[in-house]
Structure formats: C-alpha cells, structure tokens
Write a protein that binds this ligand. Sequence first.
Ligand code: CTP
Ligand code: MG
Length: 229
Amino acid sequence: MSYYALVPAAGGGARMGAGRPKQYLPLLERPLIWHTLATLCAVPAVARVFVVLAPDDAEWERYDWSAFAGRLEILRCGGATRADSVGNGLKALLGRVAAEDWMLVHDAARACLTVAQVETLIAALGDDAVGGLLAQPVADTLKRADGAGRSEGTVSRENLWQAQTPQMFRHGLLLSALASAPAVTDEAGAVEALGLKPQLVAADATNLKVTYPLDLHLAEIILRDRKQS
Ligand code: CTP
Ligand code: MG
C-alpha cells in the first residue's frame, strides 16, 4: 500500500482577480504552488506527487521545478470544476496506482501546508477503513443571513468543522465516489454521499486556502515567520 499526492491546480483564480491563475502568483520569490509542492515532496511517506494542470496551461513551463525532480509528475487533464480535475487525475492514474493505495488530494492554493500536518493526517488514519481529512473546529459564532445582509438567526457551531486539505482516501473508493457525486466541492463530500463517514483530523488555521488577495498576504506572513524561527 502506497501514498500518493494529487494536487488539483487547474483553476482560474477568479476570486483572486489577478487576471491569471493564482497558483502562479509570486509568494516569497516563487510561484505560490512551488511552496505547496515543496512540502508534499518533502514527506518521506509520499511516493510521488501528481499535479493536475489545465490542458492549456501556458505558465507551468516558465518556472524551474528541478528541485522536485524524480518526485513530481504533471498530468494535463484538468477539468471545468475542481471535482472534474481530481476525477480526471484519478482516472489518469488507473493502472499505475492500486485501488487500495492512498491518495492525498491537496489544493494547490494551500501553500502553507507543513510536513508535520501531512504526517499527522497519515498517522491518524493509519489503516482506517474510510479515510479522512484535515479540518478545523469552527471557532466563531455563526449567523444565518436573510439574503439582504441582515442576521435572522444564530447557528450552533457545535460539531461544525471547516474542511481543509489534504483529504486522504483510497484510489478506488475515491474514483467511484466522485463518479457518483460529481457536483461536490471536496472529496469528503463525495465519500459522505456513499453513506460513509470520513474522519476529521484537527489542523489549524495556518493551512489556509489562498482565495482572495488578503490571503496571499497572510500566506506570506506565515511562510516568512517560519523561515525566521
Ligand atoms: N481547481 C482545479 N480545477 C478547477 C478548479 C479548481 O484544479 N476547474 C483547483 C485550484 O487550482 C485550486 C483548488 O482546486 O488549487 C481549489 O480551488 P479554488 O480555491 O476554488 O481555486 P480556483 O477555482 O482557481 O479559484 P476561484 O474559485 O476563485 O476561481
Ligand atoms: Mg474555484
């Protein structure tokens, strides 16, 4: 049984509004995704890191990836949605990856992931029958809006978690889960639709997804702080 990372990186970054995919925006003098891949390639248990690019991606080739030579492979099979990109990546690996091998699906946009966070996930799931994901218990009080920007109620945060990535499931299970629930926003959602219960493994807010311009600034602060300590 092996562990592989699969990194969907075929999005356009519309909410970032940078006019180009956010995975290539500069972050500490590297493209953002470089940091994501550096962490995944540094996890000894992960046999190989697969990156799913959009078929028409013209930026990847502009950068130097030699630091990851032998650890990294690109798959130019991104789709219209994140779930399509992940599903296409899983299909591309049929025959190379066994059904019971673990896939750690991780957003390219979560550039502050640490080796320790990945190792915590792998250790927590061990030989779990279902798999699971990094997540964080909701800390804030939650409000339900009326559609016009006014709060009409408070939602209990008890048992509510924010899903992160990596999300770790076996290749065979994940492929069939995504085939039967293609409209999900994460892998765990597809697995839940099969009636299974992915394990929630506590992470922290530093594993943020760079979505808006402020997130890029926060990611820079987090990475810079780590370099200095
Ligand atoms: N992703 C992908 N294929 C898509 C859409 C998204 O591989 N068709 C990837 C993104 O590249 C990103 C991850 O899925 O690493 C999480 O998606 P998100 O943060 O939504 O990124 P974008 O879709 O690029 O951003 P936006 O939704 O703002 O356009
Ligand atoms: Mg998106």
